[in-house]
Design a protein around this ligand. Structure first.
Ligand code: NOJ
Ligand code: CA
Length: 686
């Protein structure tokens, strides 16, 4: 099957929709309705008494989203909020099974019904036209505004988008605050839905009747990211990330906004095993991307994060030629494809944090031989992973971007980690006049443009991108499959800076929140279980292995010092074998914020891997093996929490190893320690 032509079967049936249906909204105004393929989700689109466009959803006959308004506030004209009527609508449906070049699963199914509603404002309101396209899947809904070309509206200057989500039932939410100084790097809060303030997306909710929801967006291109702001009760609306301009988004017509998405499921697994945002993104624009290889990597990194080494030149400089050679040798010996080196370039000696104008992306420090090391690595089948920290200064970075990517591409450095360390709102972007700069937000329109510029430039030179302090992931890896990873949440690094810094709940919460947006460069594999000054991690040893199954990334780090990794031969063996690319993935046990156990099948063999992470509560989970091939025996190598293990004491190092034979239909009782986890490798027996 060709990766150049990932679409296996596509058909889009466009049916003219006979004007407006006889169904009427509550105010006796005409409404249009549509249902998901199995009929469980029903959408109603109407206008209210104030002629404001509204949408609502029911699921299995129960109201889920009460009538909620749609519209825009503009900086330079009448708002697009009132005076609307429905001018017409069209229905369509789509069925497709498409192939991912890499990912949690090889094939993705897309089955949806579509409703396009054409709204028209009255002459008094400018007579403007605004279309809204809804796609209804059985496990979620997406909709976007489509602003067609029209006389009298050439450019939209959007002060804010006022898309409402009025959540009918009560429930619980897991969320991080939007617009706060540490960007997305927050510990998740768990509150009642009506106690949320302004949240980043994805935000996850469990309604009192057990329905699970996740609000997010898809295909965030040339637009500001939105934060979900609670206005009243359980009523939320979008508010766009700010800009240095009065308008948060400026776009010439015609254009489409990103899709506003809601995953909807009966249980936690239904939220996780869900491809809504990927399905709403455009297909691969890069063609054959087999030059990107999902793989694991080590790096000259943890030493800087802990403070043992420095990024800047000096006696403790981390990125030296001699150390990098040792890392390359270790990678070659233990099967790691990548070696990340940070602090290799000039510019770290000044005030790089939130400043970054000294960074060079082409000149290495005198004690780091970039071409020599790239060649040394290549000879051993290893690839350096490059690093572009910007300190948030994209004016400086964009000026060097092409040269920087050309340099890496030419040396076989085929993945680059980028970084935007600066407080929220601290991005330094080029202004209009030469030398002039403007301050932007990490998730504003300017950064949406910037990240794609980096990804497209990198693709030209066959380089893949892993962005830290990024804009949130909205499924653009489908369109640009060289956008392979991102941070965009509190990663392992926080554990270097304080005891139990991320807390035992963090990873079992990430699975159901941040991870719904896409792969994360969390950087697992700190087997010492300690940060600086012996600060303990809220993790057992087995949990460090479970992270490779719980938090998907096609580039997975083993974050610890190589000298430490070497002292854990059994764990190192697991890490060196666990794949970073899967043909199938499913959550086989878990609840939001409590625990998560996945079964994943290697994309390149018949092996299965099972494992995941637990919160602070010890529990026994009975695992089935229903996904295994019938009649086949598998040898399971199991790494689980040892007797008495707990993240709270030195017993966090207690681990138990077990080998047994398993078959489809077997059951296995897995005990998970407080802050624990587990990992298993299942290999078909000969
Ligand atoms: C923050 C990133 O998350 C971390 O991985 C990196 O080492 C530092 N910035 C420096 O770029
Ligand atoms: Ca970070």
């Amino acid at each position: 099957m060709s990766l150049l032509n990932p679409s296996l079967r596509a058909c889009a049936l466009v049916l003219p929709f006979a004007l407006v249906t006889p169904a009427f909204a509550q105010q006796d105004r005409p409404a249009v309705t549509a249902a998901s393929p199995d009929g469980s989700i029903v959408l109603t689109v109407a206008t209210d008494n104030d002629s404001r466009p509204t949408w609502s959803l029911s699921r299995k006959g129960k109201l889920l989203i009460a009538p909620s308004k749609l519209g825009f506030i503009l900086t330079d004209g009448l708002n697009m909020v009132r005076g609307f009527s429905i001018a017409g609508s069209d229905k369509a449906s789509g069925q497709e099974r498409w192939e991912q070049p890499w990912g949690e699963r090889r094939f993705v199914n897309d089955s949806h019904n579509e409703l396009l509603v054409r709204f028209q404002q009255s002459d008094v309101q400018g007579g403007r036209r605004m279309n809204v396209r809804f796609r209804l899947f059985d496990d979620g809904v997406g909709f976007r505004y489509e602003l067609p070309e029209q006389p009298g509206l050439k450019t939209m200057r959007i002060a804010d988008e006022t898309t409402e989500f009025d959540i009918a039932p009560a429930g619980t939410a897991w969320w991080i605050p939007g617009g706060e100084w540490n960007r997305y790097e927050q510990v998740y809060q768990k509150t009642a839905i009506d106690a949320v303030s302004t949240a980043h997306t994805p935000i996850t909710m469990r309604l009192d009747d057990g329905t699970h929801l996740s609000f997010h967006e898809a295909a965030l291109v040339d637009y500001a990211g939105y934060w979900l702001k609670r206005s009243d009760g359980r009523k939320f609306r979008t508010t766009l990330a700010p800009s240095s301009q009065a308008a948060r988004v400026i776009r010439d017509l015609p254009f489409n906004t990103p899709w506003r998405t809601i995953r909807i499921a009966d249980d936690a697994a239904g939220l996780v095993d869900n491809d809504l945002e990927l399905n709403l993104n455009e297909p691969n624009k890069l063609g054959d991307v087999r030059w990107f290889r999902p793989a694991k990597y080590i790096g000259i990194w943890w030493g800087m994060i802990r403070g043992d080494w420095s990024w800047a030149e000096g006696p403790n400089h981390g990125a030296t030629t001699a150390r990098t050679k040792r890392y390359i040798d270790f990678a070659a010996k233990h099967g790691f494809r990548g070696v990340l080196v940070e602090g290799w370039d000039k510019g770290w000696n000044g005030d790089w944090f939130g400043h970054g104008d000294d960074f060079s992306y082409t000149q290495s420090t005198p004690d780091f031989d970039l071409p020599g090391l790239a060649a040394y690595a290549r000879d051993k089948g290893v690839h350096l992973i490059g690093h572009h920290e910007t300190g948030g200064n994209i004016a400086n970075y964009e000026a060097q971007l092409d040269a920087a990517m050309r340099l890496y591409g030419g040396l076989g450095v085929d993945v680059v980690k980028t970084g935007y360390v600066a407080d929220a709102g601290g991005i330094i972007a080029p202004g209009e006049a030469p030398g002039e700069t403007r301050m932007e937000w990490h998730d504003g329109q300017r950064m949406a443009q910037h990240h794609l510029r980096v990804v497209e430039t990198a693709a030209k030179y066959h380089v893949a991108v892993n962005a830290h302090e990024p804009i949130k992931d909205t499924g653009l890896r489908r369109t640009y499959p060289n956008w392979v990873g991102r941070e965009g949440a509190r990663g392992m690094e926080y554990n270097a800076w304080g005891a139990f810094a991320n807390g035992p709940d963090h990873e079992p919460t990430l699975v159901y929140t941040r991870m719904l947006s896409g792969p994360m460069d969390f950087t697992p594999g700190v087997l010492s279980l300690e940060g600086a000054d012996h600060a303990p991690l809220a993790s057992t040893l087995a949990k460090q292995l479970g992270l490779y199954l719980a938090l998907y990334s096609p580039i997975q780090m083993a974050a610890d010092f190589i000298e430490t990794l070497e002292t854990f031969p059994k764990e190192l063996d697991f890490i060196s074998k666990v794949p970073a690319d899967w043909s199938e993935s499913r959550l086989i046990a878990g609840e939001v914020g409590d625990y998560a156990i996945f079964a994943r099948k290697d994309r390149n063999s018949e092996d299965w891997y099972v494992g995941g992470v637990n919160d602070a509560t010890a529990r026994t989970v009975t695992l089935g093996f229903d996904y295994l091939e019938p009649g086949k025996r598998y040898t399971a190598t199991i790494y689980r929490d040892g007797e008495g293990a707990t993240y709270l004491t030195d017993a966090r190092h207690e681990i138990a190893y077990e080998t047994r034979t398993v078959r489809k239909g077997d059951r296995y009782d897995l005990w998970l320690a407080p802050g624990g986890g587990a990992a298993m490798r299942l290999v078909p027996a000969k």
